[in-house]
Design a protein around this ligand. Structure first.
Ligand code: SAM
Length: 239
């Protein structure tokens, strides 16, 4: 598929900040035909170094809160300024997705790219920890790296070249996520689907980076471990 919005972020400086398979392209595919009105207050949950957050402001016209646990808000703040954004358009927040520091029903929508699998595997999470912060009728667009078919009791040797069983426990298949999401009483599950984008291209953008995590990931992907992996997106709506 083509990624017209992501192309303008395709610079060595910006790609050096990605934390996994190209998040601009993942987010662009996930938000094709999205239903979040421009001007909405959107939480980019697990925003990392804020790349996807910048895109949400510039390409989609949202007012964004970039919420992340491991990155530093003052670093992201400087980056947002360098990208020409104002504090009125984007706010970095240090936040644990399981303990969000916002007013109830603060957000019109939530977007989360390549992060939700870190904390969202608890079936109670959505209703207890996330949906209270979203307005009724608000959309959630989430995509995660996943497995074509869960195989945690017999992990392929190719994947074990780069990742431990504990790390691979974060990657699950569509059936697993369907069960987790259907547990929610407060969300309507609009769709759960395997993303159709060009996975090799998404991975290549990441594996070309010269940081130690990307270098480590080259082992599994170089041994064709990618054949077991996919990306899974879900669209939810708060009742
Ligand atoms: C693979 S990175 C993806 C970052 C970003 N979404 C992107 O695609 O560039 C995963 C992010 O999840 C965040 N994260 C992990 N656990 C979290 C939690 N409990 N609450 C908030 N963020 C969390 C980390 O801080 C990290 O930035």
């Amino acid at each position: 598929m083509e990624y017209p919005k992501s192309q303008k972020y395709n610079t060595p400086e910006l790609l050096a900040k990605i934390m996994g398979p190209n998040p601009f392209k993942l987010q662009e595919e996930m938000l094709q035909n999205h239903k979040i009105p421009a001007g909405s207050i959107v939480c980019d949950l697990g925003s990392g170094q804020g790349l996807t957050s910048v895109m949400l402001v510039k390409d989609y016209g949202f007012k964004v809160y970039a919420a992340d646990l491991w990155s530093e808000p003052h670093v992201n703040c400087r980056f947002f300024y360098e990208m020409g954004l104002t504090p009125d358009q984007i706010t970095p927040v240090k936040a644990d997705a399981a303990d969000l520091p916002f007013e109830k029903e603060f957000f019109d929508a939530v977007v989360s790219t390549d992060s939700y699998n870190f904390w969202g595997r608890d079936p109670e999470y959505l209703d207890a920890k996330l949906l209270p912060f979203v307005k009724s009728g608000g959309y959630l667009y989430i995509c995660v790296p996943g497995m074509k078919k869960d195989c945690h009791d017999n992990l392929p040797k190719e994947l074990l070249l780069s990742w431990t069983p504990e790390q691979l426990a974060y990657l699950r298949d569509i059936n697993y996520w369907t069960e987790i999401l259907n547990h929610s009483q407060d969300a309507e599950v609009i769709s759960i689907y395997e993303m159709k984008g060009n996975n090799e291209e998404l991975w290549e953008d990441w594996l070309n980076q010269e940081n130690e995590i990307a270098i480590n990931d080259r082992k599994a992907m170089g041994a064709d471990g990618g054949k077991y992996l996919n990306f899974i997106a879900f669209v939810l709506r708060k009742k």
